[in-house]
Design a protein around this ligand. Structure first.
Ligand code: HAM
Length: 420
């Protein structure tokens, strides 16, 4: 039997209503904050991501789905959207159209990670990018927007963590201090962290190894290496958040797994999903646009993992029942022909009524069972003596009331059904 590829998942009809509920909230909130949707291709030239996200990151060094296509171009399935959005921003010269672009997306992403609960190889993100301003209000807005969506979806067990990684020169002096601090502790580090010591020292903060965690608890703190300007930006972000009542924790170990960040970084974590607890992450990336060949343009953004959000919601019991129901189920009885029922169904559907009928030659009893299973608001009996007299019978399934309606007066039925 052919099965879905490891780390990919089918989303079955019974799961769709929760996906749609989340997507609807995302769309409503994005529109409320005046973000416009952008869609970019599923794959891009590999160099976009290797240059944008950073060669030394886990994503680029070991997780990308990269292949050479028939024209010998190296292609990568998008592991995240920020680089793609920036590519589109540069390619379409969006900076010439207006000064600030507030964009959002909902899309699937691809990373070859080790699958576990809340970690997939094809997963879905929604996210937002505000390109064109260095205003700390926008960093706070990103956190507000993400938090608002998660809350509106029904999640409670949330924590907002924020940090600032400063600008590259500040980060470089921090990194060399960190290197000094870790040099005489090198032998005690885990194998993974030893590798990171050379390639991406900040990522040692993400280690789950207890000894590493203990060592990193005593490490120098990034905020001590930031300039007054960077600290002031950070202070403003915090003040904006406090001003709108969003509680947060400054976490100086929050380094994020992508290289493009400058200044503000943040994550919102859930206490309801086990180890893959980051529901969303983001931050400011003031240098990325220039680095990818565009005009120097400050920007900030975030992305959230939809599978993780749905999992958190399930674990917190905030999922909602699928309330969609049929307007009408047509029950065919002798002597009506299937073509009679098919014709009535066509007319009702032409009037946008959710209509279902029997395709399996079921008994009247079984058709009624099906109507109940589908939570039909009305059943329309087509057949029996009434049919011979030119009538069909409309039954309101909630009140049990029945009424005879002339077969050639479907408008009357449509009117009844439209009365919700
Ligand atoms: P990220 O932290 O790599 O950031 O991903 C954002 C979110 O996507 C994570 O917090 C997580 O919920 C979800 N996610 C990541 N990998 C997986 C996976 N393998 N399976 C399931 N969910 C996953 C970014 O992608 C940045 N582009 C965010 C950003 C936008 N920064 C600025 N603008």
């Amino acid at each position: 039997m052919i099965k879905a590829i490891t780390g990919t998942k089918d989303i079955l009809p019974e799961q769709i209503s929760e996906w749609k509920r989340l997507e609807k909230i995302v769309e409503e909130k994005m529109s409320c904050f005046n973000y416009k949707e952008i869609r970019t291709p599923t794959f891009e030239e590999t160099s976009l991501f290797s240059r944008g996200i950073g060669e030394a990151t886990d994503i680029v060094s070991k997780e990308m789905y990269t292949f050479t296509d028939r024209s010998k171009t190296s292609i990568t399935l998008k592991p995240e959207m920020t680089a793609s959005v920036v590519r589109a921003f540069i390619e379409h010269k969006l900076s010439k159209k207006q000064n600030l672009h507030k964009l959002y997306y909902i899309s699937s992403m691809y990373r070859q990670e080790r699958p576990q609960a809340g970690r997939l190889r094809e997963f879905h993100q929604f996210g937002a990018e505000a390109i064109g301003s260095d205003n700390p209000m926008l960093d706070a807005e990103m956190i507000e927007l993400a938090y608002d969506i998660l809350k509106s979806f029904g999640l409670k067990n949330l924590e907002v963590k924020i940090n600032s990684l400063g600008v590259p020169s500040e980060r470089e002096s921090y990194k060399s201090e960190l290197k000094k601090y870790l040099s005489d502790k090198f032998d005690s580090l885990s194998e993974d962290s030893k590798k990171r010591f050379e390639t991406n020292i900040l990522r040692i903060f993400d280690s789950k190894d207890e000894r590493d965690i203990e060592i990193m608890d005593g490490a120098p703190k990034i905020l001590d290496f930031l300039s007054d300007e960077s600290l002031e930006h950070f202070e403003k972000v915090k003040n904006y958040l406090t001003g709108i009542g969003i509680e947060f924790k400054v976490d100086q170990k929050l380094v994020r797994g992508l290289d493009y960040y400058t200044n503000t970084t943040f994550e919102i974590v859930s206490g309801s999903v086990g180890s893959q607890s980051a529901l969303c992450g983001g931050g400011r990336y003031n240098l990325l646009i220039e680095q990818l060949g565009g005009p120097p343009t400050p920007a900030t953004g975030f992305a959230a993992g939809m599978e993780r959000i749905l999992l958190a919601c399930q674990n917190e019991g905030c999922s909602q029942e699928d309330k969609s129901s049929l307007d009408v189920y047509l029950v065919r009885m002798e002597p009506a022909k299937t073509s009679d029922v098919f014709k009535i169904a066509a007319e009702l559907r032409n009037n946008n009524l959710k209509t279902e009928l029997d395709y399996l030659s079921r008994s009247v009893k079984a058709q009624m069972r099906e109507a109940n299973r589908l939570k039909a608001r009305f059943v329309l009996f087509v057949g029996g003596e009434e049919f011979e007299k030119g009538y069909v019978v409309l039954k309101n399934m909630e009140s049990g009331e029945q009424e005879d309606v002339k077969q050639d007066n479907l408008d009357a039925i449509i009117n009844r059904l439209n009365l919700k």
